[in-house]
Design a protein around this ligand. Structure first.
Ligand code: HEM
Ligand SMILES: [Cu+2]
Length: 641
């Protein structure tokens, strides 16, 4: 049993222990160490940088589209390339940026907020990152070779089927789905396990930070949503490669099956993107209004309700199909209903801000930008939920406007806020405030200049996914405005990059808690040591650092010469077990390469599934091969608990 006492050891003893902990938990040095790294912070930083890289790549594609559409009958790009552009842009933003970036940020912050030394399953975490990276690289390699996918980000059959999309383009798309969903599912399992079993003693479910609640709920949604699209895309590949007929009505298949399976995932996906930012909002608003978020139980229940409802609305993407009209009305009702839990949260935040003492730093500006933009996106969402109105603007720029208002307002604004907020924790330095304000205002104004006119374009009948349009339709000015706004957004992202590069070296040193925040990640150094906490905290409330007596005690008795962690019980976080975490290993990386060869090979021959399984099996076997030293230690600790 672990004993919990106030630390009594001498400062010198603590320093010694801190040094040993650092040696125990850090990643090995050198090139080998780079590939063998498994520390959750190392992997999370790589993950965040990679997803941000994809955001920039997707943004460049968007800019090319906007330049092409700036004036009528433009010839910057041709129709075939334009098809690849919007498909790659949508696919990148949804599968390589928005969902994974939320998991990446979570895999950095969740253990720190819980007072834990690590994520659960750290090797699997490294594996999930490599799989994600290789999948993304495969997609972009295909694009650069001019065989990028071109059937839209939701790849509807029959367009994406073997008859209308011969060649390999759509296969790369379908296989990218397998890569990213595998990675996403693993991350979800890791986060759920960490949240349920590795919380600091005293952190009952009822004291868990709201951000951790959002990551828990998101991870459960991933478990239910992602298998649906993996199944769908695998069936698409087998239709295309080995002649099955899942989606072929002539042979008893069903084209609409694709839409059901895709949107059963696709609608919850937008909530996978949107729910973690609700947690960013709660963290930022609490800290910058200097008081706990109002209505904790209502906030938690609202997030859970959103997750449940999110699985009951997928048909609102399919109003233009021949589903029975009565059925569609139910989906109208449920689509309108999901506005309720979001509204509850918005009211709780307003109540918090109303009664707080506001501190207008850049993170809060981005949080306020969220309110404005997301609310507009939500209102057009309620319009689109109605079958009659939706049919009028289906497949027009009205939809493009709506989806960017919710996705950029609901996810990208809070995400930027979150970076400004947690950057000092990641690096030990604050981001520049002046550049931050420029970053915000350029983004906010540019966004509205770019996307507001698209509502009007849609109402004026401009269809989405067209590479050009004739002059004299009354669309010219609004398209030009949209392009100017797009350039402003690009400039603002550039300012952000400059800010990061500058502040990483020369920013104001942050110290452990620059904002005076209340959750546990601010109770350790910035950046945190390899083992997160020299003395892991015991949790005394929802905002432990704001409790009158601060952190009441620390966990003692954990080994500092091996990766020992404290496992606590699910509901009440009572200390339970002291397992030892695995050490760094190159095998997650090598196994990810083997899996990549299997996945990419199977685009070209079904035999890759058979022969490709051999290296995967070897990789996994060596990954799990026990080491003598570790086994001996485990046996000893079992005999003497
Ligand atoms: C950063 C600024 C952005 C600009 C200027 C931009 C611009 C565009 C444009 C011009 C289109 C194509 C319209 C068409 O021809 O139908 C588009 C489509 C799309 N965008 Fe964005 N976008 C941006 C960011 C994002 C973000 C952050 C996301 C998601 C998180 C996103 C998701 C999508 C999706 C899903 C589509 C539909 C693709 C398809 O039709 O297959 N965009 N965007
Ligand atoms: Cu939807």
């Amino acid at each position: 049993m672990t004993t919990i006492t106030t630390p009594t050891s001498t400062p010198a003893g603590q320093r010694d222990s801190a040094r040993r902990l650092e040696e125990t938990w850090r990643d090995p040095p050198g090139l080998y160490g780079w590939f063998a790294a498994i520390n959750h912070k190392t992997i999370a930083v790589r993950f965040m940088l990679t997803t941000f890289g994809f955001f920039v790549a997707g943004g460049v594609l968007a800019l090319i589209m906007r330049l092409q559409l700036a004036r009528p009958e433009n010839n910057l790009v041709g129709p075939d390339f334009y098809n690849q552009l919007f498909t790659m842009h949508g696919t990148t933003m949804m599968f390589l940026f928005a969902v994974p970036v939320m998991q990446a940020v979570g895999s950095y912050l969740v253990p720190l907020m819980l007072g834990a030394r690590s994520l659960a399953f750290p090797r699997m975490n490294a594996f999930a990152y490599w799989i994600f990276l290789f999948g993304g690289l495969m997609l972009y390699a295909a694009f650069l070779l001019d065989i990028g996918p071109d059937a839209g980000w939701f790849a509807y059959v029959p367009l994406a089927g073997p008859d209308y999309s011969p060649g390999k383009r759509v296969d790369f798309w379908a296989q990218l789905i397998t890569f990213t969903e595998l990675s996403g599912l693993l991350e979800a399992v890791i986060l759920i396990t960490t949240i349920f079993k590795m919380r600091a003693p005293g952190m009952t479910l009822n004291r868990m930070p709201l951000y951790v609640w959002t990551m828990l709920v998101t991870s459960f949604m991933v478990l239910f949503a992602m298998p649906s699209v993996m199944l769908a895309s695998t069936a698409l590949i087998t239709d295309r490669l080995v002649g099955t007929h899942f989606y072929n009505p002539a042979e008893g298949g069903d084209a609409l099956l694709w839409q059901h399976l895709f949107w059963f995932f696709g609608h919850p996906e937008v909530y996978l993107i949107f729910i973690p930012p609700l947690g960013f909002m709660s963290s930022i608003i609490a800290t910058f209004s200097r008081r706990p978020v109002y209505g904790y139980p209502a906030m938690v229940l609202a997030v859970i309700a959103t997750a449940f409802l999110a699985f009951g609305l997928w048909v609102h993407h399919m109003y233009a199909t021949n589903i029975p009209e009565l059925g569609k009305s139910f989906f109208t009702a449920s689509s309108a209903m999901i506005a309720i839990p979001t509204a509850i949260q918005i009211f709780c935040w307003i109540a918090t801000l109303w009664t707080g003492r506001l501190n207008f730093k850049t993170p809060l500006l981005f949080a306020l930008g969220f309110f404005f933009i997301l609310t507009l996106g939500g209102l057009t969402g309620v319009i689109l939920a109605s079958v009659a109105l939706d049919l009028q603007v289906h497949d027009t720029y009205f939809v493009v406007a709506h989806l960017h208002y919710v996705l950029i307002g609901g996810a990208v604004f809070p995400l930027f806020g979150a970076f400004y907020y947690w950057f000092p924790k990641f690096t030990g330095r604050l981001l520049g405030e002046t550049l931050g304000k420029w970053n915000f205002w350029l983004f906010f104004i540019g966004f509205n200049v770019s996307f507001f006119p698209m509502h009007l374009l849609g109402l004026a009948g401009m269809p989405r996914r067209v590479w050009t349009y004739p002059a004299g339709m009354g669309w010219d000015q609004m398209n030009l405005a949209a392009t100017v706004g797009g350039v402003m957004i690009a400039a603002s992202v550039l300012l952000f990059i400059i800010n990061v590069l500058k502040s990483r070296r020369h920013g104001v040193p942050a110290g452990p808690n620059p904002w005076g925040a209340g959750t546990l990640e601010w109770g350790t150094d910035s950046p945190p040591p390899a083992g997160n906490f020299v003395a892991p905290p015991v949790c005394g409330g929802r905002y432990p650092l704001w409790e009158p007596d601060g952190v009441p005690a620390h966990v003692t008795g954990l080994a500092d010469d091996r990766r020992e962690i404290l496992v606590t019980t699910l509901m009440d976080a009572v200390p339970d077990l002291r397992p030892t975490m695995p050490s760094p290993s190159i095998w997650p990386f090598l196994s990810a390469i083997a899996v990549t060869i299997l996945f990419i090979g199977s685009i070209f021959t079904p035999w890759a599934v058979v022969w490709g399984a051999v290296p995967v099996a070897i990789g996994l076997t060596l990954w799990f091969w026990p080491r003598k030293k570790e086994t001996r230690r485990n046996v000893v600790s079992e005999v003497h608990p």
